[in-house]
Structures are given as structure tokens and as C-alpha cells.
Ligand binder design. Structure first.
Ligand code: FAD
Length: 473
């Protein structure tokens, strides 16, 4: 079998690339070991986690209505129905992808692929799906093999009480006590779900704060809320051992805020992800990988092998679905001869906790590391009519501004629905907008989106809802 473009991996990077290639007239095949398209994001990542978070957030909102004098009593949770609802969301979307592939005549092959050489994939059947041919020749191949959860040797036990994000999303039960190892976004999102369902959730994080790398003033309101919702948050603390005690996992801690052992019904390890770059036969090609296992590419996603490109999680940080999809489109447009490069000014990132945290472009943390001089302009949500109306005043919207030009370099938001607001900031930063542009654009009232315009007005000393006189500039 021979195609113009073979794509390894049917995740958001792989299918975005394959579909665009087909739209541009290429003969395309996607090879994935999974029976359904969608990759980690759709099958065991972004989408199932957000389906469960939706239930968790709605429960929290209903509880909050007590402040308005409306009470509903304790929720009755049917885990079977919840699992089925989540599966329905996933099935609808994977079914949609299968249809889209079919209509575009993209061939979907269920197999494990490895490179025989720079223009041949060896295919190995998976499950009971027979293979027409165990070789696939190609002009170009896009590697979109994604990533897998990192394990920690100290906590690697043969017990299903130990979970990773995939098994945690299956909702095996609602454990009375749950330890989450790792205070990154995946751990905190899953912790939010399990805490809403009734688990006593504890988090242990090796560094001195939750969400390492994220600006501290964005993390603060979330840390406060989680401090109330979770049983415990142990910072500066490591898990040094774990033992299967049959009816529980006994975990040993060593650190500033926790020492000794404690038993948990379940333990979720969420300490990061590593690129899927081994076992692919890359040694039979000229593709190069770095010390962390990421495939090295140029700005058009080309590897050191002229026939092979790489995108998404396997091609480097940040490991996010929308970055994977964007790189997929750049890779294909480049193959089609278009003058493209993957050189974004703003890749948005969202932590879908409650409150949410979202940022795009330059962050304060990054500016400090790079010793860049920036000006900061922030609007606290306590001054927003909408935030007051919905009882969510803990939020903050901030812009990072280039002092000489007023150009918007970065944006950070913490607050209810922050993930839905960051899109405007992405467009503004990508298009080189200034604080003046944002302040002059009429934002609808009363919305939380208004805080983006208001934060720009603060910079200019013209904010209506906040008294912040113009600084001398
Ligand atoms: P993947 O989606 O990982 O897909 C790779 C595919 O390649 C897989 O289907 C795999 O079966 C296949 N494959 C690998 N090797 C082979 C082989 N040798 N042969 C055949 N097939 C192979 N990102 C966000 O942007 N927003 C979120 O809210 C978000 N939430 C997440 C929540 C969780 C719990 C997790 C785990 C991840 C989340 N992510 C989120 C990250 C997101 O899922 C990934 O960034 C994204 O899926 C990467 O896409 P990809 O196309 O690079 O690869």
C-alpha cells in the first residue's frame, strides 16, 4: 500500500493534519493502535475530564445558590449514569471524526506502526482488526504519536488502587480518601472531580506551590478555594515509598509539610507526561530526539529526515491539544508549499478547575526568567458588576504590556470561566494590539469579558470602575 501522506496517531494533531492534507488533495492514511480516532485528548484526556468537571462545577454552583436562598439538599450520585454520560460525549465525537475521515476519503488503519526506513511503515495488527498489508509506503509521514503518563518508581505498585489519569477518568468508584501525587493541572482537575463526588482529596506537590510555572497571583485564589475543598495540600514534600496493604495504599512522605506514613483508599499519580518516541523504529530513520525524548523539528515541523515531520506532544512542550492541531496544519501547509511557520506569540493554556486559570503569551514568571521589562495592568473582579452578580469576585484579569509601545505581550486570568475569556487575548496578542486597542473596543456589559477591556483601561488611567489615576508615562 502506498500513500502521499501517512500519519502516525489519530489524536488532535494527527487528525487535524490528515484532514487538511485530504482537503488539499493528498492521498492520506492515519495509522492508530486505538479502535477509534481522537487520541488521548478525546479518549482519555481533555474531553472526558471536562465532561466530569462539568458535573462537578454544576454541583458546586447549585450548592452556592444557598447564598441566594435556594437549597436543594445533598446530591444523589449514580456513577453508572455519570460514566455512561461521559462515554456518550466521547462516542459522539469519535463517531463524528470517523464520518469526517470517511467523507474526506482518509484511510484509517488500526495498527501499531513503526518505521522500517525513511519511507516505509511496518504495521502490526492490534486486537482483531485484520490488516490488508503489513507495509505502508509514503512520500511523507507525520509523526503524531503523542505522550503517556510518567510513572514514579517509588509509587509503582501492581494494584488498581494506584491510578493514572486514564484509570481515574474511568471513575472506578468514589474512594473515601484519595491522594493525588502532583499538583499540576491534571491532578488538580481530577481532584476537583473526586472532591465534588465526595472523596477526601489530599494533594502532595514536590515544589513550593501548586501549578508550578504558573504566575503566583493567578494561582492564589485557586489555592485558597482548593484549601477549603480538599482535605490537605502538602507542598515541598515528596512521596518516597508506597506499599499495597490490601485494603489501602500506605504512602510515605518526606518534606516540609508532611512526614511519615498515611493510608489512602486510592492514589492518583499525575506527575507529568513523556513523549511517545520509543519503540517507533526511529533508529531506522534520520529523525533526531533530544535528551527528554522529544522529536526535534524546525519551524515547519520537519525533522532531520526529509520524509518525516513531527507534531503535537511528541514534538515538545506545551503538551496541549490545540498546539498539536495547529502544528499539524502548519506541517501540512508547509508540505503543500505554503510559506508557513509555527511561530505563535500566544499559545493559550487553561486549567479547568474552579476558579479556572488561563493565560496566553508572555507570563510574569517567564518575563522574570528572561529579565524582560514589562508593565502590568490588572483588574480585580471585585470591581466587575457581572462577577458580583454571579457571586464570583475572587477573579483577576491582567495584561503584560511592552512599556515603550503599549503593545500587549501576555494575558493572565483567574476566575469563573477564565478559559472562555482567553481567546480574545490570543487574537489581541497575535495581531499586535495595544492597550489602547483593547480599551477602545466596546465590550458587552455586564460580562466577565469586560474585564479584559477594563484591565487595559487601568493601564491608561481611564478605568471607570476602579480608581487608578494615570501614572506618569
Ligand atoms: P495524542 O492525543 O496523544 O494521540 C496520539 C495517538 O497516537 C494515540 O491515539 C496513540 O494510540 C497513537 N499512537 C502512538 N504510537 C503509535 C504507534 N506506534 N502506532 C500507532 N498508533 C500510535 N490538552 C488541552 O489542550 N486541553 C485540555 O483540557 C487537556 N486536558 C487533558 C486532560 C488529561 C487527563 C490528559 C491526560 C491530557 C489532557 N490534555 C489537554 C493534553 C492533550 O490530551 C494532548 O496534548 C493531546 O492529546 C496531544 O495530541 P497529539 O495529537 O500529539 O497526541
Amino acid at each position: 500500500m502506498e500513500v502521499q501522506l501517512a500519519v502516525i496517531g489519530g489524536g488532535p494533531g494527527g487528525y487535524a493534519a490528515a484532514f487538511l492534507a485530504a482537503d488539499l488533495g493528498m492521498r492520506v492514511a492515519i495509522v492508530d493502535a486505538e479502535p477509534r480516532l481522537g487520541g488521548v485528548c478525546l479518549l482519555r484526556g481533555c474531553i472526558p475530564s471536562k465532561a466530569l468537571l462539568h458535573a462537578a462545577k454544576t454541583m458546586a454552583e447549585v450548592e452556592q445558590l444557598a447564598e441566594w436562598g435556594v437549597s436543594f439538599g445533598s446530591p444523589a450520585i449514580d456513577l453508572d449514569v455519570m460514566r455512561a454520560r461521559k462515554q456518550k460525549v466521547v462516542s459522539t465525537l469519535t463517531g463524528g471524526l470517523a464520518q469526517l475521515a470517511k467523507r474526506r476519503k482518509v484511510q484509517v488503519i488500526r495498527a501499531r506502526a513503526m518505521f522500517g526506513d525513511s519511507q516505509t511503515l511496518r504495521l502490526e495488527a492490534v486486537g482483531d482488526s485484520p490488516l490488508e498489508d503489513d507495509r505502508l509506503r509514503f512520500e511523507h509521514c507525520i509523526l503524531a504519536s503523542g505522550s503517556s503518563p510518567t510513572k514514579i518508581p517509588a509509587v509503582d505498585l501492581p494494584t488498581d488502587r494506584l491510578m493514572n489519569s486514564t484509570t481515574a477518568l474511568e471513575l472506578p468508584d468514589v474512594p473515601d480518601s484519595l491522594l493525588i501525587v502532583g499538583g499540576g493541572y491534571i491532578g488538580l482537575e481530577m481532584g476537583t472531580v473526586y472532591a465534588a463526588l465526595g472523596s477526601r482529596v489530599s494533594v502532595v506537590e514536590m515544589t513550593d506551590g501548586l501549578l508550578p510555572g504558573v504566575d503566583r497571583n493567578l494561582v492564589k485564589p485557586l489555592a485558597k478555594k482548593l484549601g477549603a475543598d480538599f482535605e490537605a495540600i502538602w507542598l515541598d514534600t515528596k512521596v518516597t515509598a508506597a506499599a499495597d496493604k490490601g485494603d489501602a495504599v500506605e504512602v510515605t512522605f518526606q518534606g516540609e509539610t508532611k512526614q511519615g506514613t498515611e493510608r489512602f483508599d486510592r492514589v492518583l499519580v499525575a506527575v507529568g507526561r513523556r513523549p511517545n518516541s520509543s519503540g517507533l523504529g526511529l533508529e531506522n530513520t534520520r529523525v533526531e530526539i533530544d535528551a527528554n525524548g522529544f522529536v526535534q523539528t524546525d519551524a515547519r515541523q520537519r525533522t532531520a529526515d526529509e520524509h518525516i515531520l513531527a507534531i503535537g506532544d511528541v514534538a515538545g512542550e506545551p503538551m496541549l491539544a490545540h498546539k498539536a492541531a495547529h502544528q499539524g496544519k502548519v506541517a501540512v501547509a508547509g508540505l503543500a508549499g505554503e510559506p508557513v511557520e509555527f511561530a505563535p506569540l500566544a499559545i493559550p493554556a487553561v486549567v479547568f478547575t474552579d476558579p479556572e486559570i488561563a493565560w496566553a503569551g508572555l507570563t510574569e514568571t517567564q518575563a522574570k526568567v528572561e529579565e524582560r521589562t514589562v508593565e502590568l495592568s490588572q483588574f480585580p473582579w471585585a470591581a466587575s458588576g457581572r462577577a458580583q452578580a454571579v457571586g464570583r469576585t475572587e477573579g483577576l484579569t491582567k495584561w503584560l504590556v511592552e512599556p515603550e509601545t503599549g503593545r500587549l505581550l501576555g494575558c493572565g486570568i483567574v476566575g469563573h470561566g477564565a478559559g472562555e475569556l482567553i481567546g480574545e487575548a490570543v487574537v489581541a496578542i497575535e495581531r499586535g494590539a495595544t492597550v489602547g486597542d483593547l480599551a477602545e473596543a466596546i465590550h458587552p456589559h455586564p460580562t466577565l469579558g469586560e474585564t479584559l477591556g477594563a484591565a487595559a483601561e487601568v493601564y491608561l488611567g481611564r478605568a471607570t470602575d476602579l480608581y487608578k489615576p494615570k501614572r506618569n508615562r
